[in-house]
Design a protein around this ligand. Structure first.
Ligand SMILES: [Zn+2]
Length: 633
């Protein structure tokens, strides 16, 4: 028996009373909710009677809630497992919206009474009663809020749980996603870590000449190491959609900075949520922000700790992770971690920034995009010394992330006796370029330095310990592998582009998988409305033969990107089995293969035309931030 998410049991029939039941039109009105100062996004997954399931935005955190303006009464019928407990939060929000509503009622209540009843055929028992005072009125929204945990009847049985809010008409009262947690000897626990911008070949366990990654190497030695994993893109947004929704861009269509994840896509998190996993995320926001749709299925989503705003985000992510884990260790859970620590600017704390620096290095931190003069400078050559300086700082970021996040996490899990029993996946969304092919940072190209990502899967109880898989696999294969490893193979959607990696580990599959990667990051229009053409750059493979197709470099692009690329050939072919560095272009000798690939790709990208695309609106502040980072113009 897994955790029961009571929100998933909510239907119209379970809403016994609610201001919205009497007047359903109110449920669609913005001023019925505290939307002005705390925008609430409707939870997209599952049935949502009267829009009561919402997502509360508190600072950088998003929390699933059940909105319960008094008088609300929800009756949820459930078979309680023995030895279980109920966990929930109860709270009140005060914001500008509230004043209008209170004025309508002509009085301002002192607070709201929160009640929970446990009922069966012979008994009717009040198990929770709490009066919450209205939070103080301040300029910004204020909250009065607390978490609670209640023991339930030890024998279990068939019950009705009734959640009630009384008095305080018009108050914004809510319950946070209530859950029933069965006492379990061995819950399923999963952590998926995405270290943004980490190229595989700069890790010691991938043969790098420097010791950048002692803790990641330890994780690799305890699990299976995938030596040839490839991403679907060379920048954050599309790659993370592929990771969490197991979709190539031809199926997710999230290819420009304002593309939103379509509601029709089924995500790993939603499936785990429906299967009773408590789902949490601690991320750096930006291109993995809930505004793109990433928080779907998550009970808790933080978009701050891994941010660019901190030069020690790896450490902040670890601290937030530890406190989230402390509250959730006894449940089946899925925790997604993400940090921009390794991403430029390379400015890790002392002494890490100096770990690999030569004496007399010109700089001990750098914002590469700014140093190059903005995004237009990504093709600008730098001196040998500058290049070395940049690489040394990047490697220092990796070492810092290894010691501030991965090392402490493994140590903490071992101390708790949990490490051996957990499923831990470590990956990245894309790599980073150091002018191997005439560009810096990432997004412009699809060479191996940009799309070859590390992938380590540590299964519970030493399964596949020490295995090394040298076949080409894809970022989209991660989600189905997680589901199969949790015995949820039947829940893998047929629509997913990835396939479980377990057949490769069991040696039942012996060939390279075929990948599809693209980027039009340089210019959103190049993957926007013109559906007849391929994106700006596309890469695929036939076994170890890698094919890259580039649209012709336009005059318009040449205006933005000064200098433009030194070389931008329309077709490139590399034999990765002998030329990992992609130095020897074989395209002139293989015309037949190219035609075939071109036709296949054009047919695949036609899928994009059938896909409904959704746009988000970026605020001026968000646009400014993306500009400062060199992402847009
Ligand atoms: Zn990224």
């Amino acid at each position: 028996m897994r955790t029961v998410k009571l929100l998933s049991l909510l239907s119209k029939a379970s809403v016994i009373s609610s201001p919205f039941k009497n007047d359903p039109a109110l449920a669609d009105r913005e001023d019925s909710f505290p939307s002005e100062s705390s925008p609430l996004a409707v939870t997209e997954a599952g049935v949502n009677p009267y829009n009561l399931k919402r997502r509360l935005h508190i600072g950088p955190n998003y929390i699933s809630i059940l909105f319960s303006p008094p008088e609300s009464r929800y009756d949820l019928e459930i078979d309680l497992p023995p030895e279980s407990y109920l966990e929930f939060g109860a709270g009140l929000i005060f914001d500008k919206n509230y004043k209008k509503i209170a004025d309508k009622f002509g009085s301002r209540p002192e607070g709201v009474e929160f009640l929970i009843w446990l009922k069966n055929k012979d008994n009717d028992r009040l198990i929770f009663q709490k009066f919450l005072k209205m939070p103080e009125e301040k300029e910004n929204r204020t909250l009065n809020f607390g978490f609670h945990r209640l023991e339930l009847p030890s024998r279990g049985g068939h019950f009705h749980l009734i959640f009630e809010t009384e008095n305080g008409n018009g108050a914004f009262a809510f319950w946070t996603s209530p859950i029933i947690v069965p006492q379990k000897k061995e819950p399923d626990r999963v952590i998926l870590i995405s270290l943004d911008t980490l190229r595989a070949d700069h890790l010691s366990c991938f043969g790098y000449h420097r010791t950048t990654s002692p803790a990641i190497d330890l994780l690799a030695s305890e699990g299976a190491l995938f030596l040839e994993a490839v991403s679907t893109s060379s920048w954050t947004l599309p790659a993370h959609v592929s990771l969490l929704f197991s979709a190539d861009s031809v199926h997710h269509g999230v290819m420009a900075a304002d593309d939103r994840i379509p509601g029709s896509l089924i995500g790993l998190t939603e499936i785990l949520n429906q299967n009773g996993f408590v789902c949490g995320a601690i991320t750096g926001g930006g291109f993995v922000s809930p505004k793109y749709g990433f928080a779907r299925g998550f009970d808790f989503y933080n978009e701050s700790e891994g941010s660019f705003d901190f030069n020690n985000s790896a450490e902040l992510v670890f601290k937030a992770t530890r406190s989230w884990l402390e509250n959730n260790l006894d449940k089946d859970f899925f925790l997604f971690l993400h940090t921009y620590q390794i991403h430029s600017p390379y400015n890790s704390p002392e002494p890490y920034r100096r770990t690999f620096l030569s004496p007399g290095a010109s700089f001990d931190q750098i914002n590469v995009e700014r140093y190059l003069g903005g995004k237009g400078g990504i093709f600008r050559p730098l001196s040998v010394n500058e290049r070395k300086n940049i690489i040394d700082l990047y490697d220092g970021e990796i070492r810092y992330t290894d010691e501030a996040l991965i090392g402490p996490l493994i140590k903490w899990l071992k101390e708790k006796g949990l490490f051996d029993r957990m499923l831990i996946i470590l990956a990245s969304d894309h790599g980073e370029e150091f002018y191997e092919h005439g560009a810096w940072v990432h997004g412009a190209h699809l060479y191996q330095e940009s799309i070859h990502i590390p992938l380590i899967i540590k299964f519970p109880r030493g399964l596949f310990k020490g295995e090394k898989v040298d076949k080409i696999v894809r970022i989209t294969d991660i989600a189905p592998t997680i589901l199969e490893a949790l015995n949820l193979k039947k829940s893998i959607p047929a629509s997913w582009d990835g396939r479980s990696l377990l057949p490769l580990l069991r040696k039942k599959e012996k060939s390279d998988r075929s990948f599809l990667a693209d980027s039009c990051w340089l210019s959103g229009e190049l993957c926007g409305d013109d559906r007849n053409l391929l994106p700006l750059t596309v890469a695929t493979n036939q076994g170890r033969k890698k094919i890259i197709l580039n649209r012709s470099w336009t005059e318009e692009l040449s205006k933005i990107y000064q200098p433009g690329p030194a070389s931008w050939n329309s077709i490139e072919i590399y034999d990765l089995s002998r030329d990992q560095a992609e130095e020897n272009d074989l395209s002139s000798s293989q015309p037949v293969a190219i035609n075939q690939v071109l036709m296949t790709l054009q047919a695949r990208y036609k899928l994009l035309r059938q896909l409904a695309r959704f746009k988000i609106i970026l605020s001026e502040e968000e646009l400014e931030k993306l500009r400062a980072l060199g992402y847009i113009h």
